[in-house]
Design a protein around this ligand. Structure first.
Ligand code: FAD
Ligand code: SF4
Ligand code: SF4
Length: 490
């Protein structure tokens, strides 16, 4: 941890917990309670391992942090959480040390609190307009809702899921990311037989192959998958719908009554600049998948060799770029530079991830873009030509648009380039199920019931929203399950 050790932070929290125990605090008193910092692994240590960076609140820290909640009547936090968890209610339960009840309140709306507590962009969602943060004029002093949520998910055993008697109906789920898992769980709970088909050899979607171990340990996702299997959900891995079997063929021959498409948006976008096909240029998705799914970072257990890099350029400013840069640090690169064409203020990555990347030694080259990648005589990356930008008028996204500065080209020495400028949906479903309508961005069009233009076929998550978040994908899975369960009643 940066300033205090884990023991010091816990001892301070224990003292505060005893001080406030059993007292009804006024808003003014609550405002004086210090916001609890998250204990982290030391930057110089964690940059050399793949273990989780954030160590989690102790029980005393969770209780003290929850006691800061002002229990606002028109709670802005609830409106800003994509699945509208009753945040004041669960925080009150934690402040009263009723942890079981706290988790129960969360699980009414979210099936994946251990994941969301860790990876939700809270500063732009539930914590953005928190009254405590506003009162203290600092968004970083908002109640740390996500951290308390993570504490509950990690430390309280969830009640086992009870499934309704078998209905004899069958639901097909395509894709096992947060949207697919959630829809599967809710359909199974209603008593339907559920089969998930997953293209990769491990279920979990981006939470397994994209988000690195040091932010989201894989055992957390594995536990959710195990719980799902225990309820009777069948998972077929290495099953690419559209290639292994087509959707309509599966539905007709195996008698599925409904299907839910949750195939995500995993197709990387490239820049198109000269030199992008050189050896040493990777899409972030490929780089992270090798590291995560094939454990390329673990030389003794690696299922695939990892490209050895000394100087790595990462293009982009989102969470994917931060994950790729921080993975490259852990893979032993001597220098890792993030190249982004706007400034830090416009970066879409979570603030905490940018801060962690900086602490781990990642360099940020702002207001720059790659204009050319130059190779050596063996076709391997040797240099990158960058061009500078300045900020102009706001564009459609509301962010100031980058304007190229003529004559600002510069050659920088790199042997690896990782492209992390976005992703789109894979066209396989579009090509193999012509009845389903897509928009111009390649996302599936659904009605208010999450149903596609093909009857009894529903869709949700990134394939509908475009690259979004774990919690919004989960929320869509839940909405679709509700609509499917309603349909199958009739
Ligand atoms: P996915 O998680 O993409 O799952 C789709 C699954 O479908 C995959 O397993 C895929 O293999 C499978 N599939 C695809 N096509 C087929 C087919 N034809 N047949 C069978 N299976 C198929 N969000 C956050 O909230 N916080 C973060 O910090 C964050 N960091 C991220 C970091 C990275 C590197 C990436 C890539 C994304 C990140 N996201 C983050 C976004 C988040 O992970 C996604 O929004 C979320 O996972 C989408 O869920 P989903 O279920 O729609 O799809
Ligand atoms: Fe508590 Fe903040 Fe939500 Fe108010 S806005 S109820 S203080 S978490
Ligand atoms: Fe906040 Fe995410 Fe939890 Fe909602 S699910 S309360 S946005 S951390």
């Amino acid at each position: 941890m940066n300033q205090k050790t884990v023991e010091e932070a816990n001892a301070e929290a224990e003292a505060l917990r005893r001080l406030y125990a059993g007292k009804t605090l006024t808003p003014a008193e609550k405002m004086k309670i210090p916001a609890q910092e998250m204990p982290n692994q030391e930057a110089s240590v964690r940059a050399r391992n793949m273990e989780e960076v954030a160590l989690g609140y102790s029980e005393a820290q969770a209780v003290v942090e929850a006691s800061r909640c002002l229990q606002c009547k028109n709670a802005p936090c609830v409106k800003d959480c994509p699945v509208h968890i009753n945040i004041p209610e669960f925080l009150k339960a934690v402040a009263e040390e009723n942890f079981k009840e706290g988790l129960k309140v969360i699980r009414r709306d979210s099936l994946l609190p251990a994941m969301c507590g860790r990876v939700c962009p809270q500063e732009t969602q539930c914590q953005k307009n928190c009254t405590m943060g506003k009162a203290l004029k600092d968004v970083d002093k908002a109640v740390s809702i996500g951290r308390v949520e993570r504490f509950l998910a990690d430390n309280v055993e969830a009640e086992p899921v009870k499934t309704a008697p078998e209905t004899g109906k069958k639901v097909l789920i395509i894709g096992s990311g947060p949207a697919g898992i959630t829809c599967a769980a809710d359909c199974r709970k209603a008593g339907h037989r559920v089969v998930i088909c997953e293209a990769l050899n491990k279920p979990g979607g981006v939470t397994v192959y994209g988000i690195p171990e040091f932010r989201l340990p894989k055992k957390i996702v594995e536990k959710e998958i195990e719980n799902l299997k225990k309820t009777g959900v069948e998972i077929r891995t290495d099953f690419l719908v559209g290639k292994t079997r087509k959707l309509k063929d599966l539905m007709e021959k195996e008698g599925f009554d409904a299907a839910f498409i949750a195939v995500g948006a995993g197709l990387p976008v490239f820049t198109g600049v000269e030199g992008e096909n050189l050896v040493g240029v990777f899409a972030a998705n490929e780089y992270l998948t090798r590291s995560n799914l094939m454990k390329a970072y673990d030389k003794d257990r690696a299922l695939t060799p990892m490209y050895t890099s000394k100087r790595v350029a990462v293009l982009g400013g989102g969470n994917v770029a931060m994950d790729a840069a921080r993975t490259a640090v852990r893979m032993g690169a001597e220098k890792v530079s993030v190249i982004y064409r706007r400034t830090e203020k416009e970066m879409p990555a979570r603030k905490e991830e940018v801060q962690h990347a900086k602490e781990e030694g990642v360099e940020f080259l702002m207001l720059k873009n790659i204009s050319r990648i130059i190779g050596d005589e063996n076709g391997r990356v040797r240099q990158v030509e960058t061009v500078s930008f300045e900020l102009g008028e706001p564009d459609a996204s509301g962010r100031r648009s980058p304007v190229r500065v003529d004559g600002s080209e510069e050659l920088l020495e790199f042997d690896t380039v990782i492209i992390a400028i976005g992703s789109r949906s894979n066209p396989l479903i579009r090509q193999t199920v012509p009845e389903i309508q897509f928009n111009e961005k390649g996302n599936i069009i659904v009605n208010d019931n999450m149903e596609t233009s093909l009857k009894n076929v529903f869709a949700g998550g990134d394939i509908v929203l475009g690259a979004a978040t774990v919690i919004s994908a989960m929320g869509q899975g839940r909405e679709a399950a509700k609509a499917i369960n309603e349909r199958l009643k009739s």
